[in-house]
Design a protein around this ligand. Sequence first.
Ligand code: ATP
Ligand code: MN
Length: 435
Amino acid sequence: TNGKFRSLLVGVYRGDHFVYVGRVGTGYGAKKVETLLPKLKALETAKSPFTGVGAPKKEAEVTWLKPELVAEIEFAGWTADGIVRQAAFKGLREDKPAKEVKAERPAKPGQTDVPQPAAQVKAGPARRKNAKAEVMGVLISNPDKPLWPDASDGGPVTKEELARYYEAVGSWLIEHIKGRPCSVIRAPDGIGGEQFFQRHAMPGTSNLLELVKVFGDKKPYLQIDRVEGLAAVAQIGAVELHPWNCEPHQPEVPGRLVFDLDPGPDVPFSAVVSAAREMRDRLDALGLISFCKTTGGKGLHVVTPLANNKRKPLSWAEAKSFAHDVCQQMARDNPDLYLIKMTKSLRNGRIFLDYLRNDRMATAVAPLSPRARPGATVSMPLTWNQVKSDLDPKRFTIRTVPALLAKSPAWEAYCDGQRPLEQAIKRLAKARVAA
Ligand code: ATP
Ligand code: MN
């Protein structure tokens, strides 16, 4: 303005949007400004380049630029909404195209970008009671607010502890949700208060979250692609994560099957354990490799990673019909133990084999997601060795899981375990003809 330069408004690409991430007000030495200004002038434009929620309004002293220059910014962290804090201009980067600029982790001396192995939840630095906490560079408001009254050990789980839990297990968890639309269950006043199942982005959605458009819905879906995004969802009280089961970045292509074993009342948990093992053996006979997790609730999930045929992608209709057929076969072979009808009243003493997680818009709770249930339980990935009659899902809580996960080889072979469903479909058809 008036030839005087004060600050830069900066943004990053998020999907198709160029989103505002804040104002960079320091770091402009006279020398730097001298070389910077002509480059800025050349890119002046009448229209704001920012799109999406949270874009700043035009003010008199603002000059818009085409978003073509890449700046290196040093900053202390993120606000809850994903705006940079204490940002300083370091210089222009000529080596990186603007389109490739995504938000990075804040720079801290000695910090590396290598994901840390899951470990004990780190205690935050000492702070005044109810002053904001900072987790993965994200500010957490009301950090001492209890979200679970009791983590099965007499003590509550606070909002800050939820964020630190996500930090501890984040590098493991993120692989199973990134690239997929992910609904969250929010309990801003704790699990005893009102809960919201949220699929879509909304005004004020943090810049650390991705927005994805899916066919048939104008409103973009939430997606979490980076571990800091987990701190951002903790900040809004997201106590459960429910991703789609598609291939990453391909909502129309099934990426895994989830068999949800739901025991009716009066079914001992050891029967659910046997059902999971039987499901594994049936899938194994069809050439599929499966992994088991607790749900943090009543049942177990058996998850089968699928290999993606790039030339002829699998459809959701095929995946759902296969999952149905496997469950139907299992229920026919043992009608006293299993059923595939939704009807709750028929479930007494039996296990409902729910194949309906295997559809385009269907979700299942993510491995390592906490649950909005008493005891702060977690959906814990298991080794098949752990799937025994003495398995106790209540052991796995926000408090206990980080240390248990660090020592566990559970799901190590998940990526190598991807198998094409096409062959399994053929084998199942043959087996039915033979029977
Ligand atoms: P359990 O072992 O206790 O059955 P679960 O995770 O299998 O645990 P639910 O919490 O009952 O079972 O969830 C069933 C499915 O419905 C989940 O896969 C979840 O993604 C989805 N879901 C949960 N809440 C909602 C909701 N409010 N709206 C739409 N889908 C939901
Ligand atoms: Mn279930």
